[in-house]
Design a protein around this ligand. Sequence first.
Ligand SMILES: [Zn+2]
Length: 66
Amino acid sequence: MSQERRREKIDLEDYQAKIAESNRHNVFSHCRVCHYEWVTSAAGESCPSCQSKNVQYILCWQFPDD
Ligand SMILES: [Zn+2]
């Protein structure tokens, strides 16, 4: 019984870690200068195409579910 409960707790922590991981690796980026678009792991990167810092960041979980 107590072992079952322990396993559920670990599963939940694993699940939360995966959510955090997917959020970290799903920042949709759009360069306002050259309009290059890419998915990155963190907001704040400069554009890999033109090195501009004028980049718009959208976390993927903010996209509406259609
Ligand atoms: Zn650019």
